[in-house]
Ligand binder design. Structure first.
Ligand SMILES: *[C@@H]1O[C@H](CO)[C@@H](O)[C@H](O)[C@H]1NC(C)=O
Ligand SMILES: *[C@@H]1O[C@H](CO)[C@@H](O)[C@H](O)[C@H]1NC(C)=O
Ligand SMILES: *[C@@H]1O[C@H](CO)[C@@H](O)[C@H](O)[C@H]1NC(C)=O
Ligand SMILES: *[C@@H]1O[C@H](CO)[C@@H](O)[C@H](O)[C@H]1NC(C)=O
Ligand SMILES: *[C@@H]1O[C@H](CO)[C@@H](O)[C@H](O)[C@H]1NC(C)=O
Ligand SMILES: *[C@@H]1O[C@H](CO)[C@@H](O)[C@H](O)[C@H]1NC(C)=O
Ligand SMILES: *[C@@H]1O[C@H](CO)[C@@H](O)[C@H](O)[C@H]1NC(C)=O
Ligand SMILES: *[C@@H]1O[C@H](CO)[C@@H](O)[C@H](O)[C@H]1NC(C)=O
Length: 420
């Protein structure tokens, strides 16, 4: 008698399971009535072989639709490319988008970085900047008061060199002024914190140095409920030729108290700290690290001003607890690795969800970093701001996204925090 072979016996009983489980097919499903919305099944957690996705680089941001799939999935790739909204979490995604989300490409602009969008309700205008190394002035403003939004040029008094981020507090726009040289409209300016009064167009300098050193690139900025100003200071102004001096300080994040003038470093572990945001309850801070996009700093070669994208570098959103009577941040933990490009502008919605501009679009995350919704654009988005939605009784359910070659508008159900 042949010896009993457990293996052959079992293998005749257990059917061969195909390598590709049908569990997650199809890749996309119907979960919203709008034709502009596509719902992703199970986060694409099992893709059919052979699939691959190219890494982003300095000239290509590789949207989700660029994943190479087997030919039978051509229709899926086409649907991924054409939808303005991708839902990853059906229940919460539908809540974020509402019943009839709209996406409108509003203005074609230059290929320069378009940054620092800030809404001033008192004048119903959205202020923004264009960061071309030459011709950074005038700034731009979208007048939202009429029937049709109008894009206009704007010059403050005095002008602010290269705002790279902005926010609104105490009736004033706070600019993260990122550049510096000897002759901005005839005057010297250095990276720092400036305010603009939208009612008078006058600007003031609140901060322009750290004990005599120039900041590198005051990049993005948030003001907490006590009036303290928190900002990131990466090195992009050297890479982008927006400052005439190489960095003197380590990339870091600071807290600045305008009432005393004191500046304190709060974080110095990120490669290139960039976006910054605070939760509505003031308990949590979010910072993004765009260290994947970095360049050479060598004062001996002042003609080398560029950044190269390295996909294996940092492109991560971090979460921190705010402690010590609102003065420090601890418990750094990564919550989101951007699936497209790197997380640039970062803001927290009124309901605590975290929104970040990543590549050609924006990602909406829950407070723990789970992707809920992606907005897809046809241009690289750097930053965004909520404005009053006239189609929704003036609630902050309208978002404007600014970037290279484009400014677009989304109307959905996700409300912004009211900044006063
Ligand atoms: C960047 O990525 C695109 C898309 O994958 C590719 O076609 C291109 O060759 C890459 N460029 C460089 C410089 O690696
Ligand atoms: C899918 O697209 C590829 C390349 O564009 C093409 O060769 C193939 O025939 C298409 N397959 C189907 C099933 O449409
Ligand atoms: C300073 O920057 C402005 C704006 O980019 C530019 O017009 C000017 O030439 C620069 N001046 C110097 C000395 O680099
Ligand atoms: C501020 O500038 C705008 C042009 O962008 C102008 O319409 C407005 O009258 C100015 N306000 C004041 C007080 O000068
Ligand atoms: C950097 O900017 C200065 C002043 O605007 C300009 O003279 C210089 O040519 C620029 N350098 C590079 C490498 O673009
Ligand atoms: C890209 O980044 C990784 C991780 O930071 C580093 O090890 C690698 O050397 C970088 N590659 C290039 C070409 O800079
Ligand atoms: C905590 O912060 C508040 C507001 O800035 C301040 O009034 C208070 O003195 C601080 N408490 C301590 C112990 O420093
Ligand atoms: C984006 O699409 C709009 C139309 O929806 C078009 O006018 C614009 O030129 C496109 N922009 C880019 C950069 O492709």
């Amino acid at each position: 008698m042949r010896p009993f072979n457990l293996f052959t016996t079992l293998s005749t009983l257990i059917p061969i399971v195909p390598a590709q489980s049908p569990l997650h097919l199809p890749l996309t499903i119907q979960c919203h009535p709008s034709p502009n919305v596509l719902c992703i099944n199970s986060y694409l957690s099992v893709l059919p072989y052979h699939f691959s996705r190219a890494s982003p680089n300095s000239s290509s941001v590789v949207p989700l639709s660029t994943i190479q799939l087997p030919p039978a999935y051509n229709a899926t790739s086409a649907a991924l490319a054409s939808a303005s909204f991708l839902i990853f979490d059906a229940t919460r995604g539908v809540e974020v988008l509402g019943a009839a989300p709209t996406y409108d490409f509003m203005f074609a602009v230059s290929n320069a970085v378009h940054e620092a969008p800030v809404y001033a309700a008192a004048v119903d205008r959205l202020f923004l900047s264009q960061l071309a190394p030459t011709g950074f002035l005038p700034q731009l403003v979208v007048d939202l008061s009429g029937e049709t939004p109008r894009l206009e040029e704007f010059l403050s008094d005095p002008p602010v060199y290269a705002p790279n981020g902005g926010t609104f507090a105490g009736g004033l726009i706070y600019w993260a002024a990122s550049g510096g040289n000897m002759s901005i409209g005839g005057i010297e300016q250095r990276a720092g914190v400036r305010t603009l009064d939208p009612l008078t167009n006058k600007t003031e300098t609140l901060l322009n140095n750290y004990f005599g050193y120039y900041f590198n690139t005051v990049d993005d900025i948030v003001v907490d409920a006590k009036g303290d100003v928190w900002f990131t200071d990466p090195q992009y102004s050297w890479f982008n030729n927006l400052t005439d001096t190489p960095p003197q300080l380590t990339p870091a994040t600071y807290r600045f108290r305008p009432s005393t003038g004191a500046v304190s470093v709060v974080e110095d572990t990120l490669t290139q700290p960039n976006g910054i945001a605070i939760s509505p309850d003031q308990k949590t801070m979010y910072l993004s690290d765009t260290g994947a996009d970095t360049g050479v700093i060598d004062p001996r070669f002042p003609s080398i001003h560029s950044a190269t994208f390295n996909a294996t570098g940092k492109r991560t959103v971090y979460k921190y607890d705010i402690v010590d009577n609102g003065t420090a941040i601890v418990n750094k933990r990564p919550i989101y690795l951007a699936q497209e490009w790197a997380p640039d502008g970062l803001k927290v919605a009124a309901n605590g969800m975290v929104v970040t501009a990543t590549g050609m679009g924006m990602d909406v995350l829950d407070e723990f970093g789970t992707l809920i919704v992606r907005i897809q654009t046809n241009y690289t988005v750097e930053n965004f701001a909520w404005v009053a939605n006239k189609k929704d009784g003036g609630r902050l359910t309208e978002v404007w996204m600014t970037g290279n070659r484009g400014i677009a508008r989304v109307r959905w159900a996700l409300e912004g925090q009211t900044l006063k």
